[in-house]
Design a protein around this ligand. Structure first.
Ligand SMILES: [Zn+2]
Ligand SMILES: [Zn+2]
Length: 370
């Protein structure tokens, strides 16, 4: 096979206009599966040839542990694509999720990448079988097992759990998947026989987490099929009560989607009940915040008085100030220490009240000078 042909070498402009000219309705969908794959490079070339011929675009990762795919394809080719997947034992009946909000232009190219893992999780998982997963439960069964007293474990990071979660769930303090999974197995130590219910955003992290727990001696591991996203759809479709309260953290510009009207978190700045999530608008900071409306007004959508002062400067002064500064926040994430953030706000306000100034003539806030 001519490997060099199995890539798209056209520029983005040309690709975009091609999709616009194409004018056929496209569907965007995603699927993943943990499954042992062999000869991954060969498979990659075969899939590329097959899917390219169907007009599939998208981003696909394959590895020895499985496949994780986000694709868009002409809606008329959905049936052919389904058959192509089902024709391979490894991908037979793999459930896919069709994107609801879809302009059909989500991808410009077909990219299939061979990776060491389909999700970068930092786990040394050649030590356990990632396909030996827990029992998949739909919303109704998940609810029932919750009522029967099973242990509910959130497999997301701390900042994701904050603005919404299942009632009574264990919420990890870790801010990485690896940290969360290690924390959870420590917390559950001695409860290997208990019934465990795992959940995450879309289900993929629970595949790995359930296999990990089973490998570590847990005998009764269950996971929410399709994650919170599908749970929300099922409770709506079937009129079930939602045991998930609040919002679901999502990884696009929206940051969150509301599942129920409950507000389960508080403003990190003043402590008022709020689940309004945002990032500090000062770009060198960008700290993730739960910030109530009143504080957003008071601090101009920033995390603190110092960020606000920079953010409110004339644009040229802002640029001059940012020059050479890293845009990556080095400040303690407020989520780990909201009291630390509140203390910093108090210190900074005091500094400003004493005539201090943030910005181009920057002064160390810890050493107020008259
Ligand atoms: Zn507030
Ligand atoms: Zn900030």
């Amino acid at each position: 096979m001519e490997t060099h042909r199995l890539r798209n070498l056209r520029g983005p402009e040309e690709l975009r206009s091609r999709i616009e000219r194409e004018a056929v309705p496209r569907t965007t969908l995603s699927f993943y599966r943990y499954v042992r794959l062999s000869e991954v490079e060969v498979l990659r070339h075969e899939l590329y040839a097959e899917w390219d011929a169907l007009g599939v675009l998208g981003r696909i990762y394959i590895s020895q542990e499985g496949i994780n795919a986000q694709v868009s394809l002409p809606s008329a080719k959905l049936v052919a694509f389904r058959s192509a997947l089902d024709a391979r034992e490894a991908f037979k009946d793999v459930p896919w999720k069709i994107a609801v909000e879809d302009d059909g232009k989500s991808f410009l190219k077909l990219k299939i990448k061979v990776r060491p893992k389909i999700v970068a999780d930092g786990l040394a998982d050649d030590a356990f079988d990632v396909t030996n997963v827990g029992e998949h439960l739909d919303a109704e069964h998940f609810n029932r097992k919750m009522e029967e007293g099973a242990l509910v474990i959130d497999m997301r990071n701390n900042y994701e759990c904050l603005i919404g979660h299942f009632e009574g769930a264990y919420l990890p303090k870790a801010d990485t998947f690896r940290g969360a999974i290690e924390e959870v197995s420590k917390v559950l130590k001695g409860k290997e026989e208990k019934e465990v219910l795992l959940y995450c955003t879309g289900g993929i992290r629970c595949e790995k987490a359930s296999a990990y727990l089973k490998h570590h001696g847990f005998t009764n591991v269950n996971q929410l099929h399709g994650g919170i996203i599908d749970y929300a759809r099922q409770i709506k479709d079937k009129g079930l009560p939602s045991k998930y309260k609040g919002q679901n953290f999502v990884f696009d510009e929206r940051l969150a989607e509301r599942i129920t009207a409950d507000v389960v978190s508080t403003c990190m700045q003043c402590g008022a009940v709020s689940d309004r999530i945002s990032n500090c608008k000062e770009v060198t900071c960008n700290m993730l915040l739960v910030q109530c409306e009143a504080c957003a007004g008071k601090y101009a959508d920033c995390c603190s008085p110092s960020c606000r002062e920079i953010h409110l400067l004339p644009i040229d002064a802002q640029r001059a100030w940012r020059k050479g500064r890293s845009t990556r926040s080095t400040k303690t994430k407020a989520i780990n220490d909201p009291e630390g953030l509140r203390q910093r706000i108090r210190d900074e306000e005091e500094f400003l009240a004493l005539g201090g100034q943030y910005g181009p003539t920057i002064v160390d806030p810890n050493k107020p000078t008259k």
